[in-house]
Design a protein around this ligand. Sequence first.
Ligand code: MF3
Ligand code: CO
Length: 272
Amino acid sequence: MLGGTMRIKYKSPEEIRLMREASLVVAEILEVVAENVAPGASTWDLDRIAAAEIERHKVQSAFLGYYGYPAVLCTSVNEVIVHGIPRRDVVLAEGDIISIDFGVFKHGFCGDSARTLPVGAIADDKQKLVDTTRESLDHAIDLCVSGNRLGDIGAAVQKHAELNGYSVVRTFVGHGIGRAMHEDPPVPNYGRAHTGKRLKSGLVIAIEPMLNAGAHEVEVLDDNWTAVTQDRRLSAHFEHTIAILDEGPWVLSRPDSRPGYPAHQPAPHPRQ
Ligand code: MF3
Ligand code: CO
């Protein structure tokens, strides 16, 4: 950020507790949406399901109205990387992959998460792209420890992606998160280890790797939102809201995560 002013808002334990609440609602609603992903469902159907859940939980959408965004979900099918707008005429078919991105505000704090899901049975090469993207996020989460640097996160994602033959999107990055969905610092999914700002306790970030089967270049469609791969090959996307604590990472948007135990690792005590 040469010349820029980085203003990171570190969170207190109480603020992180509130962000956990917001992020758990995000996880719960994403799960309901995921259960409704099936051949024949439209992305508009999925958006209406999420909107009904938002009402039921008495939370606010983080996406609806954001720079004029018209829905509560981003639904990005196949070659769509991110920011796909739900539509009645986008109907899921067996073999598709769909990235669902969702965020809410609760008690004034934002939670933000995304996952890519198969529609019915999918080809092995598609499953591998999805798995590699999820793994790249898990590797990045493991590095969310005080004293590590922002570049360690990007380098971990990029390395795992490129070793598996995929490219990492540069145009969109992760972000700090708190009372606003997008706060400092930007969190790129590429970069060099041992560079960039040091992570410290109280930092809360959304890490969101986007991996492409082909080249990393992005094209934004005429609706000014839908971001597709320039080569129209597949893309996958996962995102979690993560607090960096003295104990280690707490994946706020993963229900079975506890401070220091991101949950893809076994926890030493029974989970509560
Ligand atoms: N989760 C995304 C992000 O972090 C999507 C927000 S785009 C919106 O940037 F317009 F839908 F809000
Ligand atoms: Co985000």
